[in-house]
Design a protein around this ligand. Structure first.
Ligand SMILES: Cc1cc2nc3c(=O)[nH]c(=O)nc-3n(C[C@H](O)[C@H](O)[C@H](O)COP(=O)(O)O)c2cc1C
Length: 410
């Protein structure tokens, strides 16, 4: 049945609209993952395996979805994850996403490799936002970006640690956007893809300029398009980084430090030891090492190991407010969403993303109400139906996190 005129309700609906609106190489860039995309699929599938335990006849006339994320109030325990080149998905896409995040009352995270700069995002509104940074070989640039971030009001730094090397993304290879500046010629040959997406062509390619990486423009003055910026960034990724560098970073960053990209309790503990205020359990949305575990399956063990020494976030596969509740039940304090916001912004800009965030909040509300809890602090493993859930690995992990109920599989 054609879905063209239906009102989008779920991230998957926005995904389909994004697919129609974006040139093929851009849609694949967002939608794809590494290698066989097994981890990408697992991230989503594992959430669906977690059954909630319906509990009725509780007073749920007042359900509060709000949460404290690193000490700051948010309308729900959700933040928008850093998504590189978001400004190619809609005109000044990151600025639109920031406005939608402000309206929804959740934090927006600006990627190092965004089209809009820190300064452009700060000018959208006075609401605080998070900034994501990679360790670059040129530490002077790292320092300067931290200073810039601080001076525009950023107080939460998300430091991504799972990109020492870059996972092979076959869709990007096929579309000619992997492999540095050589891609440019191939992009040009993709002109057909541009002209067959006229709305995007006018809105983004023509009216949405400049298309450089806003945060890096000053450091790569000769780069003229995303492909040339990408080549520079890839040459700057520092594969020699260790936890000692995080300690260095801790010494120069005064705000909250969140380490993004840990996938084991051991690494999470090392992050905390290096001074992290929070960790994000993440496999980069299945875009790096294909074949690793889903983020949600690892979350309970990380939460158990870290305890209350740092905030626990997870991302990868969160596609609804129900997933938000599931993640909290398994030990997370909050989640980040990547592709869902990218799909929505590509499908219909700020208005679409605002609507999608309202849907997430409503779904979280319904899930909490029908699990019999009225505030996020009361969400724990007891709201999961372990007997009906799979896969075994997740449930075993959940039981490690300490489930008081008798029906835990062990
Ligand atoms: C198109 C795209 C670009 C991304 N760019 C970045 C980035 O610049 N920095 C970063 O730390 N993570 C980046 N990520 C990973 C996300 O922050 C997040 O970890 C991931 O999308 C979560 O999985 P989900 O898409 O299933 O929600 C990117 C993800 C996508 C889909």
């Amino acid at each position: 049945m054609p879905t063209m005129d239906l009102v989008p309700a779920s991230p998957d609906d926005y995904r389909r609209r994004a697919e129609r609106r974006l040139p093929r190489f851009l849609f694949d860039y967002v939608d794809g993952g590494a290698y066989d995309e097994a981890t990408l699929a697992r991230n989503v599938a594992d959430f669906r395996q977690i059954a909630l335990r319906q509990t009725v006849m509780r007073d749920v006339s007042r359900v509060d979805t709000s949460a404290k994320l690193l000490g700051l109030h948010a309308s729900m325990p959700v933040a928008l994850a850093p998504v590189g080149m978001g400004g190619m998905l809609a005109r000044r896409g990151e600025a639109q996403a920031k406005r939608a995040a402000d309206a929804a009352g959740v934090p927006f995270t600006l990627s190092t490799v965004s089209i809009c700069s820190l300064e452009e995002i700060a000018a959208v509104s006075s609401a605080p936002f998070w900034f994501q940074l990679y360790m670059l070989r040129d530490r002077a640039i790292v320092r300067e970006m931290l200073e810039r971030a601080w001076s525009v009001g950023v107080r939460t730094l998300v430091f991504t640690v799972d990109l020492a090397v870059i996972g092979a993304r076959y869709r990007d290879v096929r579309n000619g956007i992997a492999g540095g500046t050589n891609a440019l010629g191939r992009l040009r040959s993709g002109l057909l893809s541009y002209v067959s997406h006229p709305a995007w062509l006018v809105d983004v390619a023509i009216k949405g300029k400049p298309h450089g990486f806003g945060n890096l423009a000053a450091y790569v003055p000769n780069a003229k398009n995303p492909a040339e910026f990408r080549a520079w960034v890839e040459s700057q990724f520092d594969a020699s980084v260790t936890w000692a560098d995080i300690e260095w970073l801790r010494g120069i960053w005064r705000g909250a430090l969140v380490i993004k990209g840990v996938l084991s309790p051991e690494d999470a503990l090392l992050a905390v030891k290096a001074g992290a205020d929070g960790v994000i359990v993440s496999n980069h949305g299945g875009r790096q090492l294909d074949g690793v575990a889903s983020s949600i399956s690892v979350t309970p063990r990380v939460a158990q190991a870290v305890g209350d020494r740092a905030a626990i976030f997870m991302d990868g596969g969160v596609r609804s407010g129900l997933d938000v509740v599931r993640a909290l039940a398994l030990g997370a304090n909050g989640v980040l969403i990547g592709r869902p916001w990218a799909y929505a912004i590509a499908a219909g800009g700020e208005a679409a993303l605002k609507k999608m965030m309202q849907t997430f909040q409503k779904e979280q509300h319904v899930a909490m109400a029908l699990c019999g809890v009225d505030c996020v602090d009361k969400i724990d493993a007891a709201i999961l139906d372990h007997a009906s859930s799979g896969p075994y690995a997740i449930m075993r992990a959940a039981s490690c996190a300490g489930d008081p109920r008798p029906n835990v599989i062990e």
